[in-house]
Design a protein around this ligand. Structure first.
Ligand SMILES: *Cc1c(COP(=O)(O)O)cnc(C)c1O
Length: 416
């Protein structure tokens, strides 16, 4: 390893300076430095996000949209400024196309209920992929059971690559929606969205993308991709919990019925009839995630100030090094080795339960996840009951990969 890399510098990417922005990274676990490699489950927060949340509560907090007083107007302006940050982040055409939800799950349920219940009918088909998170499976199953919509699953290869040609051959005029992940939370595989969208649109189907594992690893341009819906969750993008985003094309959102009814989403209400507010309010019933949205805005500003291309380059180097180090551990097998993948390493070890691995490495301060990762059907497809998973973020280092690899060698010793 070159001296520059061992000091934490890669090109001009100063990972130590980035680490200094995340207060939690100086915590100790079991007396050892925190080695946080469970970013796919939730990422840590930079000081800028913590400050944005605390400053809101300390200096300018009120409910939004209905205040006749300056304080509420300022909070409203800050909330709407967060929406503009998200709009620019995704390159959406208009702020009307950015809906705040509670998380990615809330956004997917919104699409399933509103688009699904409102615009689909019996016999219409929804295609998902074999590597979806439960939150992009279960809402469609519920719709299938309620409305008789057909649900089919596009396959992946043994190494976790999305099979584009097989997917294309499944498309027909019955297909009304392709609901697909951008990046697998278990395998890291990146789905070739451009081709998926082009093929789906050719048969008149809409495309909803679950970008929960993508937006922190690569720039996303919804107009360039021409997706109809794009969804992500704030807490995996260094933002707070309790905030998700649904992007939808304006004409489509306009045609969709509301999901939840209540305050803020109406133009007028009488006992006979209510009318709906304009976008985006139509889909934001009740007091919205005011502070969480402001926190998310700060997270996006932070990520943008570092630059997603530079973050991606750093993470790819970490991934290459981690792949090499983990493959050298006796009896360890990576699950998910697609050519185009993000910095996620799922693995199994001969004769060792994934939970035992996570528990043992925890003693060394290493946080990894074990289990089915909210993707039970994918576990079946890969022929495993669960995996251990290290998922790397912008602040992880080569040294932390060494710590993980050493801890896994220790696991090997214990289990022989
Ligand atoms: C985490 C995750 C979700 C769900 O996010 P929530 O914040 O729990 O709603 C959905 N899809 C993928 C791919 C994820 O990784």
């Amino acid at each position: 390893m070159s001296e520059a890399i061992s000091q934490g510098f890669i090109d001009d990417y100063d990972v130590n300076a980035i680490r200094a922005d995340f207060p939690i990274l100086s915590e100790l676990v079991h007396g050892k430095p925190l080695c946080f490699l469970d970013n796919g489950a939730s990422a840590q927060k930079p000081q800028a996000v913590i400050d944005a949340i605390a400053d809101t509560y300390k200096h300018c907090y009120a409910n939004v949209h209905r205040g006749a007083y300056a304080f509420s107007e300022q909070t409203t302006a800050n909330y709407e400024a967060a929406r503009e940050i998200v709009r620019a982040f995704l390159n959406a055409n208009s702020e009307k196309e950015v809906i705040f939800t509670g998380n990615a799950t809330g956004a997917m349920n919104l699409v399933a209920h509103s688009f699904g219940r409102g615009l689909l009918k019996e016999g219409d088909e929804v295609i998902i992929s074999a590597m979806e998170h439960h939150s992009n499976i279960v809402p469609w199953q519920m719709l299938r059971d309620e409305k008789g919509v057909e649900l089919t699953v596009a396959p992946i290869s043994d190494d976790g690559t999305f099979l584009l040609e097989e997917f294309k051959s499944m498309l027909s005029e019955k297909t009304k929606l392709v609901a697909i992940t951008h990046v697998s939370n278990v395998l890291g595989s990146v789905v070739p969205l451009q081709e998926v969208v082009e093929a789906a649109h050719a048969v008149g189907a809409k495309v909803m993308v679950d970008g929960s594992q993508a937006v922190m690893h690569m720039p996303v341009d919804v107009q360039d991709l021409d997706v109809d819906f794009y969804i992500f969750t704030g807490h995996k993008l260094y933002g707070p919990t309790g905030i998700g985003v649904l992007y939808g094309k304006e004409d489509l959102l306009d045609k969709m019925p509301p999901f939840m009814g209540g305050g803020d989403m109406i133009a007028s209400v009488s006992y006979e009839k209510s009318t709906w507010a304009e976008l985006p309010a139509k889909f934001e019933a009740g007091t919205p995630q005011i502070v969480q949205a402001i926190g998310l805005g700060a997270a996006i500003d932070y990520v943008q100030s570092v630059g997603l291309e530079r973050i991606a380059a750093h993470e790819q180097r970490l991934l290459n090094y981690a792949t090499q180090r983990l493959c050298a551990v006796d009896g360890l097998r990576l699950i998910g080795t697609a050519t185009n993948k993000t910095s996620v390493l799922s693995f199994v070890m001969d004769g060792t339960h994934p939970h035992d691995i996570a528990t043992i490495v925890d003693r060394k301060g290493v946080c990894i996840r074990a289990g089915h990762h909210c993707a039970e059907p994918l576990m079946d497809r890969m022929g495993v009951s669960g995996t251990s998973r290290a998922s790397l973020a912008m602040y992880n280092t080569m040294e932390e990969i060494d710590t993980l690899a050493t801890a896994l060698e220790k696991v090997r010793e214990i289990f022989g």
